[in-house]
Ligand binder design. Structure first.
Ligand SMILES: [Zn+2]
Ligand SMILES: [Zn+2]
Ligand SMILES: [Zn+2]
Length: 369
């Protein structure tokens, strides 16, 4: 799926690797030895994902990178103490009201009782510039319907006392790893947003400090210029002042470089823990239609929230709300994943193809700066 590249990069960075991103979908990394051992890889790792000869197998690397995730105890299973039977719902009314399809329609909705596997992913993040702030971020994914729970904390609170630990819960590793990529794709833009005030603050302080540095060196250079003018009849002395001016200029550039490093923003997102729980839902099945293409889809109505869950974007993993459909395969994507190419203007689906036919790469919602 789209996103393995960013996921691999972030995961490796979070485990202390030095990572450099290369051409489309490729990265090289210097790994700490314990990470290399966990991956059964050499200390120098180079990976390339995507189509084309010589690219690495995504399934294989999902499994290997999955070994870097928190081990057993941090992934826990829970179950509902006494599952309650759910009353039927008015599927058509709910889809009409809550499922917003931007460029297509649905037909023939049918609903019935079902159950869904939910995963709560919690990430810890730090935003560092000259000061550091920390936070936690949680998302809840429904693996069965491939949808996102709109308010994960509310769901946890609502379930609250009804949940009990389920020591027998089996958490399929491969599913967990795939979902982790989706969860991380959702975490990134949100954490980026949370970093906005810190970034603005840092920018403000950096502007103030760099103005001070510019002022200081402006004065110095002015004095040197005056001295050069005074030494018009002494070429050796004037030359000495000129080299002093050059050194001063280098000094200024170094000071500005320091400043940029001090105020540059470093955002780290690390997996914290995962809670897996199976819950009863009402499932709505429907045909989703875009022009001449259609697909069978299922949507889950979450009884604990009394709300329909949104599918996540099949291009980048963020919640697709409203849902955009692609012409060929009726993918559910977000607006950014069906946007015109920035280079040639052609609209294409980021779930169908990772980059435009013209060769341009376009960033997806989950990667927006
Ligand atoms: Zn998208
Ligand atoms: Zn293009
Ligand atoms: Zn598509």
């Amino acid at each position: 799926m789209a996103g393995i590249f960013e996921w691999a990069r972030d995961l490796l960075v979070s485990r202390g690797a030095l990572v450099e991103a290369g051409e489309a979908g490729s990265l090289s990394a210097m790994l700490p030895s314990e990470v290399a051992a966990a991956l059964s890889a050499a200390d120098w790792l180079s990976l390339r994902f995507g189509a084309g000869a010589g690219s690495d197998d995504e399934g294989d690397w999902l499994e290997r990178l999955g070994r870097l995730l928190p081990p057993g105890p941090r992934v826990s299973g829970a179950r509902v103490r006494i599952p309650r039977a759910l009353r039927p719902i008015d599927a058509a009314a709910i889809l009409d009201r809550e499922l917003v399809i931007q460029n297509g329609i649905y037909r023939l909705p049918e609903e019935g009782p079902s159950s869904a596997r939910y995963y709560f992913f919690t990430f810890q993040y730090s935003i560092e510039s000259d000061e550091t702030s920390l936070g936690l971020w949680t998302t809840c994914l429904n693996a069965t319907a491939r949808s996102v729970v709109p308010r994960p904390e509310l769901l946890l609170n609502t379930l609250g006392a009804d949940l009990e630990e389920d020591p027998e819960a089996e958490v399929p590793r491969e599913e967990l790893t795939r979902l982790f990529a989706v969860a991380l794709a959702q975490a990134r833009p949100d954490v980026r947003l949370a970093a906005r005030p810190a970034e603005q603050n840092a920018n403000r302080r950096m502007a103030r400090d760099s103005e001070r540095i510019h002022g200081y060196y402006r004065d110095l250079q002015r004095q040197i210029e005056k001295r050069i003018a005074r030494h018009s009849d002494d070429p050796a002395a004037a030359e000495k002042e000129r080299s002093r001016a050059a050194a001063t200029e280098l000094d200024r550039a170094a000071k500005l470089g320091d400043l940029e490093r001090r105020y540059s923003l470093k955002i780290r997102i690390e997996p914290c823990d995962v809670l897996a729980v199976t819950l009863p839902v009402r499932e709505i099945q429907a045909r989703v239609i875009r022009k001449k293409a259609e697909r069978a889809a299922r949507f889950h109505w979450n009884p604990a929230l009394g709300a329909l869950e949104f599918p996540w974007c099949e291009g980048c993993g963020v919640p697709a709300h409203p849902v955009y459909l692609c012409d060929d395969r009726v993918h559910f994507v977000c607006q950014a994943c069906l946007a015109p190419c920035a280079a040639c203007g052609k609209i294409y689906c980021r779930a169908c193809q990772p980059k435009c036919r013209c060769g341009a790469e376009n960033s997806r919602a989950a990667e927006m700066p």
